[in-house]
Design a protein around this ligand. Structure first.
Ligand code: HEM
Length: 431
C-alpha cells in the first residue's frame, strides 16, 4: 500500500499513538485536528492506517459511498466468537444486506410503539428498587435496566425461570467482557481457535437457554400476535422464502444484546449526569413529564448523545483505491468519520462544549452532522429503539422522583472497552 499519499498526521511511532489513544482518545483527536485540520492520518500498532475525517461533506461521501468498497464488518471480526458468523455486525455487501433486511421490521418506528408499555413497566420497576437518600452509582443500575429491556423486548422472555437463569448467565458473561484483563485474554491472547473454544465454553449455558427460548417461541400458539424481536425474526423470511435458522437467530440475538445493552446504559447514565447539573433543563423535563409531550425529552436525548457520544468514531475499510474528500486513498486504509470531532464543530454547534438541549428544539439533528449512531447502510439498527427507551426512562425518573448530584463537580469521561462512560459511575442521590 502506498501510504505516502495519505493526509499528514502525528509522526509519533505507532506504539506511542496507540497508548495515547487508549488513555486520552478525545484529547488526541482534538490536538490532531488543531494541528492537521479536518482530515489526518493516525497509525496504531498492528492496524492499517486510519484516515480520520470530520467535515460534513466528506462524511456524507463516506456514508453514501458504495458498500462493496467501504467495508465495516471486517473491523468487528474480533467479536466473532461471541456473536457468531451470521451476525449483521460482521458481514458486508449482499450478506449484510440480507441480514439487515430480516432485522429491520422489528426496529421500524411504527413497530416500536408495541414496546412502549413493556419498557415503561421495566423502567418503573427498576427505579422503584433504587435506594433513596444515599449516594448511588446509577450506571450499573442503568445496565440492569437496559439488560431487562433486552430480555423482555428483544428475547421475548416473560417472568419465569428461563428469564432469571438467562439474566444471571448474561450478567456473568457481560461482566467478563468489560473486565479489561479477562477481555484482553478472550479477545487477544493466544490463537483464534483457542479463544473461540474458551468463549464457547463461557457461553455454553447462555446458548443452551437461548436455543430453548427460540424453540419455545417457534412453537408458541400466540406467535402470530407476538411483537417481540425474537418473534419478528421467527416470522421473517429470506428473499427466497426460507425462514431464519436457529443459528442465525441466536447470532442476531447476541448481536442485539452486545450492540444495544452497554451503549444505551452509558447514554442514559450520561443523560442523568448532565441533566442534574443543569437545573433549568431538569425543571423543564419535570414539567414536560406531567404532560403527554416528549419534544423536550427528545432534545435532551439528542444533546446528550452529541456532547457525550458513547462511541467516538465509526470505521470503513477501503476495498479498492477511492477518492474521498478530494483525497486519493489506497485500498486497505480505514476511513474513519469522527463522531466526537463532528459534534465539537463550532460552525455546526455554537458553543459546542455547552449542554444545551434547546439547540435541537429549533433545528433537526443533521444526517451528516449528528452521528452518535453512525450512518448510511450501517447506521445503528437500534437508533430509534434506543432513543425511545431513553425518553421513557428519563420521563419515569424525572417525573417520579427528585434527583441531585452526589458531588457538584462534573464527572470525567472514562473509557470502558470501546465506550465512554461517566468516571464516577453517574453518582446521584435520589430523594
Ligand atoms: C444509545 C445507544 C446506542 C448507540 C450510541 C449505538 C451506536 C451504534 C453505532 C455507532 C453503530 C455503528 C454504525 C456505523 O458503523 O455507521 C451501531 C451499530 C449497530 N447497532 Fe447500535 N447503538 C445504540 C443502541 C443500539 C440498540 C438498542 C440496538 C438494538 C437493540 C443496537 C443495534 C445495533 C446493530 C444491530 C448495529 C449494526 C448495524 C449494521 O452493521 O448494519 N444499537 N450502533
Amino acid at each position: 500500500m502506498n501510504v505516502d499519499i495519505l493526509p499528514p498526521g502525528p509522526r509519533w511511532p505507532a506504539a506511542l499513538q496507540s497508548a495515547v489513544w487508549i488513555f486520552w482518545p478525545w484529547q488526541f483527536m482534538n490536538r490532531a485536528r488543531a494541528r492537521y485540520g479536518d482530515a489526518f492520518t493516525l497509525r496504531f500498532a498492528g492496524e492499517a492506517p486510519m484516515v480520520m475525517v470530520s467535515d460534513p461533506d466528506v462524511v456524507r461521501e463516506v456514508f453514501t459511498g458504495p458498500p462493496e468498497l467501504l467495508h465495516a464488518g471486517e473491523a468487528n471480526q474480533i467479536l466473532l466468537p461471541v456473536v457468531g458468523v451470521n451476525s449483521v455486525l460482521l458481514l458486508d455487501e449482499d450478506a449484510h444486506k440480507a441480514q439487515r433486511r430480516l432485522l429491520m421490521p422489528a426496529f421500524r418506528g411504527s413497530h416500536l410503539q408495541s414496546y412502549v408499555d413493556t419498557i415503561t413497566a421495566v423502567a418503573r420497576a427498576e427505579i422503584a428498587r433504587w435506594p433513596r437518600g444515599e449516594a448511588i452509582r446509577l450506571h450499573p443500575r442503568m445496565q440492569a435496566l437496559t439488560l431487562e429491556v433486552i430480555l423482555r423486548v428483544v428475547f421475548g422472555l416473560d417472568q419465569g425461570d428461563r428469564l432469571d437463569e438467562l439474566r444471571a448467565g448474561l450478567q456473568r458473561t457481560l461482566a467478563l467482557t468489560v473486565n479489561p484483563v479477562a477481555a484482553m485474554f478472550l479477545l487477544l491472547v493466544g490463537p483464534q481457535t483457542m479463544r473461540t473454544a474458551l468463549t464457547h465454553r463461557l457461553l455454553k449455558n447462555v446458548d443452551r437457554l437461548l436455543y430453548q427460548q427460540i424453540a419455545a417461541q417457534r412453537g408458541a400458539d400466540d406467535l402470530d400476535e407476538r411483537t417481540d424481536v425474537l418473534s419478528m425474526l421467527l416470522k421473517a423470511d429470506h428473499e427466497d422464502g426460507r425462514p431464519m435458522s436457529d443459528n442465525e437467530i441466536r447470532d442476531e440475538l447476541m448481536t442485539l444484546l452486545l450492540a444495544g445493552h452497554e451503549t444505551t446504559a452509558s447514554a442514559l447514565a450520561w443523560a442523568v449526569e448532565r441533566i442534574i447539573r443543569h437545573p433549568d433543563v431538569q425543571s423543564r423535563l419535570v414539567e414536560e413529564s406531567r404532560t403527554d409531550a416528549d419534544e423536550y425529552a427528545d432534545a435532551v436525548v439528542k444533546e446528550t448523545l452529541r456532547l457525550r457520544p458513547v462511541l467516538s468514531f465509526v470505521s470503513r475499510r477501503l476495498k479498492a483505491p477511492m477518492v474521498i474528500g478530494g483525497m486519493s486513498l489506497p485500498a486497505g486504509v480505514a476511513v474513519v468519520p469522527s463522531i466526537y470531532l463532528m459534534h465539537r464543530r463550532s460552525d455546526v454547534y455554537p458553543d459546542p462544549e455547552q449542554f444545551r438541549p434547546e439547540r435541537f428544539l429549533h433545528d433537526r439533528a443533521g444526517t451528516y452532522t449528528w452521528l452518535p449512531f453512525g450512518g448510511g447502510v450501517r447506521r445503528c439498527l437500534g437508533a430509534t429503539f434506543a432513543e425511545v427507551e431513553m425518553r421513557i426512562v428519563l420521563r419515569e425518573l424525572f417525573g417520579g422522583v427528585g434527583i441531585r448530584p452526589a458531588e457538584a463537580k462534573s464527572e470525567p469521561v472514562h473509557r470502558r472497552s470501546i465506550t465512554h462512560v461517566p468516571g464516577r459511575g453517574a453518582c446521584v442521590i435520589i430523594e
